[in-house]
Write a protein that binds this ligand. Structure first.
Ligand code: ATP
Ligand code: MG
Length: 420
C-alpha cells in the first residue's frame, strides 16, 4: 500500500485481468476495421462549449456529470464525457467530409470521464469503443452499425443481450409529437426539476427510471403514432435489413434520446446479467448535430459501446476468453556465462517474433522454474556452464516435462518447431 489510492469512481487495469479488457476492445474494433472504418484519435479534453452544444445544455451529462475546468491561460475546457461531438468536430476541422467520399466512417477507442455516483458498472473514468458514419442518410448504414455491434458481442461469446430499437422521427414529425407529449406531461404530478425538463427536453421524461414517474406515463402519446411517412419507410427498411441479416431486435417505443438533433434510428444494447447498469452500448442517428456545432448539414449515425460493462457482461455469463499466453518461452540461465549467452538468445527469439521472457535477478534454478511456470510459457530454455561448453542448451517442455538438448545456433528453429 502506498499513501495514495485510485481516485473515487476509478479503478486500475492490472495483469492478468487487463488482458481481457484489451481483448474486448480489440473484439469491438475488429469488425469496424473490417468494414471501412478508419481509426481516429482526438484529445482527452475539448473546449467545454463543444460539449454544451454537441451533447446538449439540458442533458445530465452536461449539467451534472462533466469535468469542466479553466486552465491557467483562461481556456474553458472539459474532459470528454463521450466521443461523438469530438469526432465530428475533428472530421469537420480536417474537412474529411469534403473529399467527395461520403460517408466518412471513423472508429475510436479511449477513456471518457463523467462525474457520476460510482457503483458497479458506473465509473468516473471508463472506456468506450465507438463508431461514427458521417454524411449519409441510408437505412443500410444504420443497419450496418447495429449488425457490427452485434457481431462484436457475438464474437466475444455473449448471448444474454438484447437490442432495443426505436425511431425518433425527424424535423417534420418530431415537433408535433413533442408538443403533444408536453401537453400530456404538464397534466402529471411531477417534481420541480422534472417540470422544467418538460419544457426543455420532454422526451427525456419518458426515460425517467422512477416508478412514481413511470406509472403516470401509462397512456402517454407514443412517437410511433406520430411518425411521418418518410420516417416510417426509413425505419421499416432498417428493420427489414436487420431481419435479413438474422439480427434479432425488440421494438421499444419508449427508447429515447432527448435532444433535437437525434433523429430517426435509435438503439441500445442491454445485457440482462448486469442489474441496473444494463446498457452495454447505445447509439443512433444524429442528423442535426453537425449544424449544431457550426458545420454543414451532415446526416450521421453512430454508436458507443462501453468496454467496462462489456467485461462485466462476460463475467455475468461466465465467459473466459481464450487468450494466448503472454509468454511462449522462458529462459533460465545458470551462472554468469549462461546469463550472457541466453540473454542474446532471448533477443534473437524476440526478433524472430517469439514471445520470450528471461529469469532476471540471478534467481536459483528452483525459483526461476517457478517463474517460468507462472509466466504461462510452453517452453523453458535452460543452460548451465556444462551445456554451454558443449555448445548446447536444454529445451524443456513445461507441460510434459520432456527435455532435449539443442545446439545453440539451432535454438530459434527448434523453438519454432516445438511451438508449432
Ligand atoms: P446510462 O443510462 O447507464 O447512464 P448512458 O446513456 O449515459 O448510460 P451512453 O452515453 O449512451 O450511456 O454511453 C454508451 C455506453 O458507455 C453505455 O451503454 C455504457 O456501456 C457506457 N457508459 C456510459 N457511462 C458510463 C459510466 N459512467 N461507467 C461505465 N460505463 C459507462
Ligand atoms: Mg449516463
Amino acid at each position: 500500500m502506498s499513501t495514495f489510492q485510485a481516485p473515487k469512481g476509478t479503478y486500475d487495469l492490472i495483469p492478468p485481468s487487463s488482458a481481457t479488457y484489451l481483448a474486448v476492445r480489440e473484439a469491438i474494433a475488429a469488425p469496424l476495421r473490417n468494414s471501412g472504418y478508419g481509426y481516429i484519435e482526438t484529445p482527452g479534453f475539448e473546449n467545454v462549449e463543444l460539449f454544451a452544444r454537441g451533447v446538449g445544455e439540458s442533458t445530465d451529462i452536461v449539467t451534472k456529470e462533466m469535468y469542466a475546468f479553466e486552465t491557467k491561460g483562461g481556456d474553458k475546457l472539459a474532459l470528454r464525457p463521450e466521443g461523438t461531438a469530438s469526432t465530428l468536430r475533428a472530421a469537420l476541422e480536417a474537412n474529411l467530409h469534403k473529399g467527395g467520399n461520403l460517408p466518412v466512417k471513423l472508429w475510436y477507442s479511449g477513456s471518457y470521464y463523467r462525474y457520476e455516483r460510482p457503483q458497479k458498472g458506473r465509473y468516473r473514468h471508463f472506456s468506450q469503443v465507438g463508431a461514427e458514419a458521417i454524411g449519409v442518410e441510408d437505412p443500410a448504414l444504420d443497419a450496418e452499425l447495429i449488425i457490427l455491434a452485434n457481431h462484436s458481442y457475438r464474437s466475444l461469446g455473449l448471448s444474454d443481450f438484447r437490442i432495443l430499437l426505436n425511431s425518433l422521427g425527424d424535423k417534420e414529425c418530431r415537433p408535433v409529437y413533442r408538443a403533444a407529449l408536453q401537453d400530456f406531461l404538464r397534466g402529471l404530478e411531477l417534481d420541480e426539476e422534472t417540470r422544467r425538463r418538460i419544457e426543455i427536453n420532454p422526451l427525456r421524461v419518458l426515460d425517467d427510471k422512477r416508478e412514481s414517474v413511470q406509472e403516470q406515463l401509462i397512456g402517454a402519446p407514443m412517437l410511433r403514432d406520430y411518425l411521418c411517412e418518410a420516417c416510417k419507410t426509413y425505419h421499416e427498411q432498417v428493420r427489414e435489413l436487420l431481419t435479413a441479416a438474422g439480427v434479432a431486435f425488440e421494438d421499444d417505443p419508449k427508447l429515447v434520446r432527448g435532444l433535437d438533433y437525434y433523429t430517426r434510428t435509435t438503439f441500445e444494447f442491454v445485457h440482462d446479467g448486469l442489474g441496473s447498469q444494463s446498457a452495454v452500448g447505445g447509439g443512433g442517428r444524429y442528423d442535426g448535430l453537425s449544424e449544431m456545432i457550426g458545420g454543414p448539414a451532415l446526416p450521421s449515425v453512430g454508436w458507443a459501446l462501453g468496454v467496462d460493462r462489456t467485461v462485466l457482461a462476460l463475467e455475468a455469463e461466465g465467459i473466459t476468453l481464450d487468450l494466448p499466453a503472454a509468454t511462449s518461452v522462458y529462459a533460465v540461465p545458470l551462472g554468469e556465462e549462461a546469463r550472457r549467452v541466453l540473454f542474446g538468445k532471448v533477443t534473437e527469439l524476440r526478433l524472430a517474433g517469439v514471445a520470450t521472457d528471461f529469469a532476471y535477478g540471478g534467481k536459483g534454478l528452483k525459483n526461476a522454474m517457478k517463474s517460468a511456470n507462472r509466466s504461462g510459457a510452453r517452453l523453458a530454455l535452460v543452460a548451465g556452464e556444462r551445456d554451454l561448453a558443449e555448445g548446447l542448451v536444454q529445451l524443456k517442455d513445461l507441460q510434459s516435462g520432456e527435455q532435449t538438448a539443442v545446439a545453440l545456433d539451432a535454438v530459434v528453429d527448434e523453438v519454432r518447431r516445438a511451438l508449432a
